[in-house]
Write a protein that binds this ligand. Sequence first.
Ligand code: IDC
Length: 480
Amino acid sequence: MSLLKRLPRGRTLGVAGTVGALVAGGLILAPMVSASASAGCRVTYTTNQWPGGFTANIAITNLGDPVSAWTLGWTFGDAGQKVGQGWSATYTQSGTAVTAKSLDYNGALATGASTNIGFNGTWTSANPTPSAFTLNGVTCTGSVSTPPPTTQSPTPSTSPSSPPPPTDTTPLAINGQLHVCGVNLCNQYNKAIQLRGMSTHGIQWFASCVNGSSLDALANDWQADLLRIAMYVQEQGYETNPSGFTAQVNNYVDLAEARGMYAIIDFHTLTPGDPNYNLDRAKTFFAAVAQRNANKKNVIYEIANEPNGVSWQGIKSYAEQVIPIIRAADPDAVVIVGTRGWSSLGVSDGSSETEIVNNPVNATNIMYAFHFYAASHRDNYRATVSRAAKLLPLFVTEFGTVSATGGGALDLGSTGAWLDLLDQNKISYANWTYSDANESSAAFRPGTCAAGSYTNPSSLSESGTYVRSRIRTADNFPTG
Ligand code: IDC
């Protein structure tokens, strides 16, 4: 894929302006002998706050010897302050004491190197500035030997804590291991990105459309970043042959990886809609795929396709049982949680994103799924996504250009409005389906997969022609 020409669009959380900035600085005695182990750190803690909530952004600079992993500790000034969803670290809180532990990709900090982490939190009676920052147990006071700037400085591009420039131009090579940062998906350079790609149809029915040749077309002709692997659990899916479907999914992960694409492993629950019906299967399946793919950088886990007929509390309970199983095997992967009302953020059940904002899944590095079918879901759904995109990390793991049946007439006006909204908010998406099913949502005309004619323009359906043209535009992944 080519490196891109559009500048990345910056985005900020839609909350009140910066109200607090603290530099935990000062002086300590510099070591007298330069060869002795030295320690020290500087922390800049900045918050945006609003009644009851806040976002904290924390810049950590290592002023001591290089470290390969770090734990930042601090003390909240008020017992009512609580860490909610965080990014770029694993957070634990006990009373007013908080620790943030580094992840695999940001643990190494050379002398003078900086890294940024953050979290969304809540507060009750007061939101005072925290104090007593420590890095690996050493108090962060700054250092007289290398006078720190008084404000956060950007990480130098030569810093050993920054990954080296990519040597290849595929989406995977450029972006590397992904993580959630605020409401965005971020790459190995801690920059917000949007992934655009296609979902398979049910792999129990359309395996003939997922192979080296079709994925060559997806990576090269479509210039896609992403393959979603839709593994139905019912309807002749996983439940009929767990080991066979697990192997099939792993094979597709490898095919995507070899072509520099990300792969979403979609546990495609649909009917019944309560994911807890499949809880034991989910635990078995995700333990296996997370262990097998732990060292890959291209895997994203989607734990329940479209919960329906189930409360948010029921979905959250399911997520809080499945996510730890994934984390135990593959700690740094992004996990996507389905939402109420067929992953409509609750809207199709008469609810809204508020139920999630007020009661988020208790886990870090997660995103929430939103699905739409452009001919069925229009302005009120778009208004919800516009609002929710400022509060929750969203991933459109499935959308159609057609009606929610997967068939019927296309609505390209509505599809265009949707994709513009997703582009503006850097929300990643996958289109239903990269198949030749005899339904208008399919990207290829019937017979294409048997013929292997994926790059023939006449093989594309009307939907495929439009979606390919949107996916093919330059990505402009930021690296600096
Ligand atoms: C549809 C398929 C269709 C299949 C049906 C039942 O397109 O061929 O018969 O599922 O398995 C979703 C679901 C997705 C649906 C799709 C279209 O995630 O499985 O696929 N859709 O109805 N949510 C909204 C629409």
